[in-house]
Write a protein that binds this ligand. Structure first.
Ligand code: ADP
Length: 164
């Protein structure tokens, strides 16, 4: 059986920074499950179904990438999916601090699951979903930060009131 990693996140929306991480992760892992976290406390910008649809369209035809939602602990989701690795990206020292504490908590809960970090490429270190949401909220074109070939219609028809 090959190595499977879970790449958990909000992906609200999925950006070219996330895409780059997956591409590089596929050099390390045989399969990556992109796990979109459902947070009942947070409404988010895009509905979960839209986020899934967008990500699935990016990886159409890529058999080694699966896209799912999850609403339990990441380590439990990993076990359900027989994944022994969690993939996360690090853009900055702030990311590092945050990621370190999460990885440590996950390790204490499930020592058999290893978190693997990939450093963001320099061109993506300033890119985040929140930057994209900000650009869209001012009705500006954020396509250069979104994967090529997706249906951008949603982003043109968005409702600014749904941004928290
Ligand atoms: P979360 O809300 O869990 O932080 P995100 O969707 O914001 O979820 O991010 C998911 C993962 O992708 C995180 O590990 C984050 O550090 C990483 N990531 C986000 N943007 C980039 C980027 N531009 N380059 C590399 N990694 C990124």
């Amino acid at each position: 059986m090959g190595k499977t990693a879970v790449f958990p996140g909000s992906f609200d929306p999925f950006t070219i920074g996330h895409q780059s991480l997956i591409k590089r992760g596929l050099d390390i892992f045989d399969k990556i499950i992109i796990a979109v976290g459902i947070n009942s406390q947070k409404k988010g910008f895009m509905p979960i179904e839209k986020r899934l649809e967008l990500i699935k369209s990016v990886f159409q035809g890529e058999k080694r990438v699966e896209v799912k939602t999850f609403s339990n602990l990441t380590v439990d989701f990993c076990k359900e999916n027989k994944a022994r690795h969690i993939l996360r990206g690090i853009r900055s020292s702030t990311d590092y601090e945050y990621e370190h504490s999460i990885a440590e908590a996950n390790r204490l809960m499930s020592p058999e699951i290893e978190t693997v970090f990939i450093l963001a490429l320099p061109e993506y270190t300033s890119l985040s979903s929140s930057v994209v949401r900000e650009i869209i909220s001012y009705k500006r074109d954020a396509r250069k930060f979104l994967p090529a070939g997706i249906n951008y219609e949603y982003f043109f028809n968005y409702n600014p009131d749904i941004i928290q």
